[in-house]
Write a protein that binds this ligand. Structure first.
Ligand code: AMP
Length: 213
């Protein structure tokens, strides 16, 4: 089963993806996580994308398509995958379809989590991230057990540069400009299922699994 999880930054994609992983036993492939891991490792790729990511803009299609292909070629998605944050542009959607086609596979559903722009800004301003393992928290909705510290490794949580309000607005613009056409790309294939992203994590999860069927 190959699922695509879509929604503006802070719609809860990452959180929901992790629960879908547990339920369906297929891995989450997040290009954002892969890029952040590349940055933490200080690799050439990481250094190359750092400034673009901090500005809230999208990195090139080529880079993220290569990252996803690498995972599929390595067999990470043998049983299926939950694609989180990819595809973000029509070119990425086409490249994904072409890659799956060549492997005799296809996208099963595109789950679009809907959250208003106002809520997006509020949610992302409260997000805090662990610089060591990448875990994500929220001051209001998902606070860590000890204030300001990661539950897993005790590292001091940071406010991601691209979660600052001015950067969030840039990311929202990018989302609306680039991602709406991705939905338009999958719509005629009858794959898009839009789910209300407001309410608790459990409520949104119930809507998602209901939509997957
Ligand atoms: P995310 O955590 O998914 O919001 O991703 C954080 C940042 O990584 C984005 O603002 C982009 O700069 C970059 N990024 C992640 N996924 C993609 C993608 N599919 N296409 C282009 N840039 C991406």
């Amino acid at each position: 089963m190959i699922l695509i999880l879509m929604g503006p930054p802070g719609a809860g994609k990452g959180t929901q993806a992790k629960q879908l992983v547990d339920k369906y036993g297929i891995p989450q492939l997040s290009t954002g996580d892969m890029l952040r891991a590349a940055r933490r490792s200080g690799s050439d790729l990481g250094n190359k994308v750092a400034a673009i990511m901090d500005s809230g803009k999208l990195v090139s299609d080529e880079i993220v398509i290569a990252l996803i292909e690498e995972k599929f070629d390595a067999g990470d998605a043998k049983e299926g995958a939950i694609l989180d944050g990819f595809p973000r542009t029509p070119a990425q959607a086409e490249a994904l379809d072409a890659m799956l086609d060549a492997k005799g596979r296809k996208v099963d559903a595109v789950l679009s989590i809907h959250v208003s722009d106002e809520d997006v800004v509020r949610r992302n301003s409260g997000r805090r991230t662990c610089p060591v393992d990448g875990a994500s928290y929220h001051l209001e909705f998902k606070p860590p057990k000890r204030e300001g510290l990661c539950d897993h490794d005790g590292a001091a949580l940071v406010h991601r540069e691209d979660d600052m309000p001015d950067k969030i607005r840039v990311r929202l613009e990018a989302y609306h400009r680039d991602t709406a056409p991705v939905l338009a790309y999958f719509e005629p294939k009858g794959l898009v299922k839009t789910v209300d992203g407001t309410g608790s994590i459990a409520e949104v999860f119930a809507r998602l699994t209901g939509a997957i069927g």
